[in-house]
Design a protein around this ligand. Structure first.
Ligand code: ING
Length: 309
């Protein structure tokens, strides 16, 4: 029996700093309605889909940023999204900022199916910096406001497939996809908020989109899985975030691509059995990997030039 699931990447345009959660949720509900009309089984919303990308701002007291965090999920403002998705029998990925009861702050995503949270992930790779940097036109203070994720990269069975989650910067690190594909992942979903300007070094602007797709296509191909990447895009408080939401299939080819910087649903039928060919041949890990040579990848953090070369 074929395992084709209709997948949607529900790209969102900008969320203003003072935009209410209700407004963001209503926009997502509209995208869900579009997804239902297009027969979607699964929808991927962006990273930090309920608020503006607030790590562009500096606050001495990080508790001042608590209004951008969710203390409960679902809460009164997000319950309508859970209900609408359950009604439509659509599973969804939601990126949001999590403040735990014991005071830990994470950049988090959840996988929700039939009204229940079936999986949770907390962003491992936090880019940017922890202290104010006067050289930058905008800050990128994820290291200030969040702790590194403490859940690793789990996978879950959902919609008859093995699903995994990542968030934004995670997609730039091959380890992200490899850990999940060593657990058999068939579809990785991730949201992102990616400024279109590199504020830490001069870099030709076109490379932002090139690198965005390069890493997701490579992740899909080298791990023989689907990768669904969904942007929060457009100009948030003067800061341009790239779009380029896409669905990449296990061959590495992009099969659906957003064309705007607005709320935009892109969809594709994803045959999960397409992942099998790669997993059974070119990326048959059991047959081809040589782990006796890989130890340094997890035992060493930074670069150490070998002695004597
Ligand atoms: N945003 C960016 C991302 O990884 C970034 C930050 C951009 C880091 C480009 C390095 C290069 O897409 C988030 N939110 O991680």
């Amino acid at each position: 029996m074929s395992r084709i699931i209709n997948v949607g990447a529900a790209q969102m345009g900008p969320i203003a700093p003072n935009e209410s959660r209700a407004s963001a949720v209503n926009r997502m509900m509209d995208l869900l309605r579009q997804a239902k009309s297009r027969g979607c089984d699964l929808v991927v919303f962006p990273e930090m889909a309920l608020t503006t990308f607030f790590p562009r701002y500096y606050e001495e007291d990080i508790a001042k940023m608590d209004p951008f965090f969710e203390r409960e999920m679902p809460g009164p403002e997000t319950q309508p999204l859970f209900d609408a998705a359950a009604e439509a029998d659509i599973a969804f990925y939601l990126g949001y900022c999590e403040l735990t009861p014991d005071g830990h702050r994470f950049n988090t995503s959840i996988l929700v199916d039939r009204g229940k949270i079936v999986g949770k992930y907390r962003k491992v790779h936090l880019p940017g910096h922890a202290e104010y940097d006067s050289r930058r036109p905008w800050q990128h203070l994820e290291k200030r406001y969040f702790e590194p994720g403490d859940l690793g990269w789990p996978v879950w069975r959902c919609k008859n497939g093995i699903m995994g989650m990542a968030i934004c910067n995670d997609r730039r690190w091959p380890e992200t996809f490899r850990v999940m594909s060593l657990k058999g992942v068939e579809l990785v979903m991730l949201g992102y908020n990616t400024p279109d300007r590199n504020t830490s070094a001069t870099e030709p602007n076109h490379l932002r989109m090139f690198h965005n797709h390069l890493v997701m296509q490579a992740g899909a191909y080298q791990n023989s899985c689907y990768v669904v990447g969904t942007a929060k895009a457009g100009v948030e408080d003067g800061c341009m975030l790239i779009g380029g939401s896409c669905i990449a299939q296990p061959s590495g080819e992009i099969v659906a691509l957003a064309s705007t910087l607005e709320d935009e649903l892109i969809t594709a039928p994803c045959d999960l059995d397409l992942a099998k060919m790669g997993k059974e041949t070119v990326f048959n890990y059991a047959k081809h990997r040589r782990i006796e040579h890989y130890g340094i990848i997890s035992s060493q953090t930074g670069v150490e030039i070998p002695e004597g070369i």
